[in-house]
Ligand binder design. Structure first.
Ligand code: CUA
Length: 190
């Protein structure tokens, strides 16, 4: 009876061990790289916090300051800048319908009264996360007139999927005629 060559079994075992070691080394390298990235970004953010962080007290939001109800909606500043102020709360946006001019830079300023919400305007790049305690702001220009839907895109509770507003983009001259009276403009009847 032929004996199994003990050396052959040994060889394949040694081969397997070597392969295992190689892979353990590669996995170790990947983990070390990820940990290094975490440490680096952690230190970087601690050393250089993001600029332009604006805070707001969600408990007094409705009583005083920038986000009281008469301030919500679109306005044209003395410098001609178009600003939309809005708040999000479970489960609606205020105002429910936002009116903006086309082909004009529009600055959005928004915050939340309760939990984290967010919104995106149709298929445009207008997209923000609304975090209680912070003011989210960005400037964008809408080129297409018409109505866009603006859903909440951060899960905020059982009514999340029913939380949305509308944005109406109208020609700039039409918008300026409405805003000329110096008041807040929105497409919600008051
Ligand atoms: Cu608000 Cu989801």
């Amino acid at each position: 009876m032929a004996t199994t060559p003990a050396g052959g079994a040994h060889d394949s075992h040694a081969l397997a061990v070597a392969a295992e070691r190689r892979w353990a080394f590669v996995v170790g390298l990947i983990i070390a790289a990820l940990v290094a990235m975490m440490v680096f970004t952690g230190l970087q953010w601690a050393a250089m916090p993001p600029s332009r962080v604006e805070t707001v007290d969600p408990r007094t939001l409705h009583i005083a300051g920038e986000f009281i109800e008469p301030n919500l909606g679109t306005s044209v500043g003395a410098d001609g800048k178009v600003i939309v102020r809005l708040i999000a709360q479970q489960y609606s946006f205020q105002p429910q319908c936002i009116l903006v001019p086309a082909d004009t830079p529009v600055t959005f300023r928004g915050t939340s009264t309760d939990v984290i919400h967010g919104f995106v305007v149709g298929r445009t790049n207008a997209n923000a996360m609304l975090i209680p305690g912070f003011v989210a702001t960005f400037t964008t220009t809408f080129h297409k007139t018409g109505e866009e839907v603006m859903p909440c895109h951060e899960y905020c509770g059982t009514g999340h999927e029913a939380m949305w507003a509308r944005v109406q983009v109208i020609p700039p001259n039409e918008f300026l005629a409405k805003a000329a009276e110096g008041k807040r403009v929105s497409c919600v009847s008051r």
